[in-house]
Design a protein around this ligand. Structure first.
Ligand code: ATP
Length: 234
């Protein structure tokens, strides 16, 4: 199977802090891949490197072509949507305005996309004129996902979608991610909760101090002693 996304020795720093020391990974088309690791391991920075929201060195290829060092918009136009940690919706704008912004990097009418989004998130139809900042945390997380979806991406980068959410909402969001994936969307997801991440993803990479320490099929990693001890707690 062809890799949709490939990172080769990707490095990134924040001033004197070297956050990534050379991360190499690949994400096959149609898969869900999880990025695990302790706080500060470099998970968020890896997603930022892919979406060009942090300066990086090293090679990134998407759909067989090298991704240049342009701005985040250039990466969005390639078909990569990034849902950052902390949701990143525009609090002052309505739900509908947030969704329209999601579609700004592409042409064509957005009515059909709105209809598809409301299939996944039926509450959005009734709440489309509500200010995003007045939504609950779970709703804002769903809106961030819906906004990314409006971009019609080929690859979705998701940073900690379960953060701060009640277990019921986590289950719902993960079900939606799975549904989107079954429709063909490829997903790279950063997740602190290794239990659910390894259930969701077919493959996972474990980062330690800015490097890939372990990787493999989720089923194998679940059995791996150091993963069980460090991340699964048994
Ligand atoms: P977490 O789960 O805590 O978000 P992470 O695995 O996503 O962790 P990163 O956020 O990528 O880790 O951080 C990697 C390293 O870069 C850490 O040492 C962190 O302190 C540092 N870092 C991250 N953002 C900045 C920043 N804006 N300025 C300086 N250092 C930063």
């Amino acid at each position: 199977m062809a890799a949709l996304l490939e990172l080769d020795d990707v490095r990134a720093r924040y001033g004197p802090v070297q956050a990534l020391h050379g991360v190499s990974l690949s994400v096959d088309e149609g898969k869900i891949v999880a990025l695990l690791g302790a706080n500060g391991a470099g998970k968020t920075t890896t997603l930022r490197a892919i979406s060009n929201t942090v300066r990086r060195e090293g090679g990134i290829r998407f759909a067989g072509k090298a991704v240049g060092g342009g701005g985040p918009d250039d990466v969005a136009r390639l078909g990569i949507a990034h849902v950052p940690e902390g949701r990143g919706t525009f609090a002052e704008l309505t739900v509908w305005e947030n969704l329209r912004l999601g579609a700004y990097t592409r042409r064509g009418p957005i009515k059909d996309d709105f209809a598809r989004v409301t299939d996944y998130f039926p509450w959005i139809e009734e709440r489309k004129n509500q200010q995003a900042g007045t939504l609950s945390g779970g709703e804002q997380q769903m809106l961030a996902l819906a906004r990314a979806f409006m971009q019609r991406p080929r690859l979705l980068l998701l940073d900690e979608p379960s953060l701060g959410l009640a277990p019921r909402l986590v289950t719902e969001i993960f079900r939606i991610i799975k549904d989107l994936n079954e429709e063909g969307l490829t997903v790279l997801v950063v997740e602190q909760n290794a239990h659910i991440a390894l259930q969701l993803a077919q493959t996972a990479y474990v980062l330690e101090v800015g490097r890939v320490a372990l990787s493999g099929p989720s089923a194998e990693l679940q059995e791996h002693e150091s993963i069980r001890r460090s991340y699964l707690g048994y």
